[in-house]
Design a protein around this ligand. Structure first.
Ligand code: HEC
Length: 121
């Protein structure tokens, strides 16, 4: 009984660890694309290439490798950029880029980030 229980625990831990290490699923990327198309593409273009002018502000190119380089390959910083509208140094991004916290969940933004990583320049 104890042996079976420990096998079960080891199996569960192993599955959890492999889920964490895995790259995003196709479902996550597909969901990220839908969310991006609905919420972001108006300003960043469907390709993610950006460069749309809003007065003196220009929307960012969200494709790889530029985006990951800017945010030091750190998804936490990228999450903060989208949720709080802060750049890689924590300074506010310019309008019309706004904070998505309260409008999108962390899970949804994770999916958007997974999708952005599939876009290349
Ligand atoms: C109303 C237009 C608009 C919408 C909608 C918008 N953005 Fe932006 N975004 C911008 C502009 C303009 C900038 C550049 C701001 C600056 O230079 O300070 C920007 C900057 C960013 C940056 C910072 C990139 C960098 O290299 O500094 C990220 C990340 C980003 N947007 C992601 C998103 C995501 C994801 C969405 C959708 C959930 C989104 N944006 C929706 C206009 C928009």
């Amino acid at each position: 009984m104890i042996r079976q229980l420990s096998y079960a625990i080891i199996l569960t831990l192993g599955l959890a660890a492999s889920a964490l290490a895995q790259s995003p699923s196709a479902d996550q990327v597909a969901n990220g694309k839908t969310l991006f198309d609905d919420n972001c593409s108006a300003c960043h273009l469907a390709t993610g290439a950006g460069h749309v002018k809003f007065g003196t502000v220009v929307s960012a190119d969200l494709r790889a490798p530029r985006l990951e380089n800017t945010f030091h390959n750190d998804d936490t910083l990228l999450m903060r950029a989208i949720m709080q509208a802060e750049d890689q140094n924590g300074k506010p991004l310019s309008a019309p880029m706004s904070a998505w916290s309260g409008r999108l969940t962390t899970d949804q933004v994770e999916d958007i980030i997974a999708y952005l990583k599939t876009l290349t320049s």
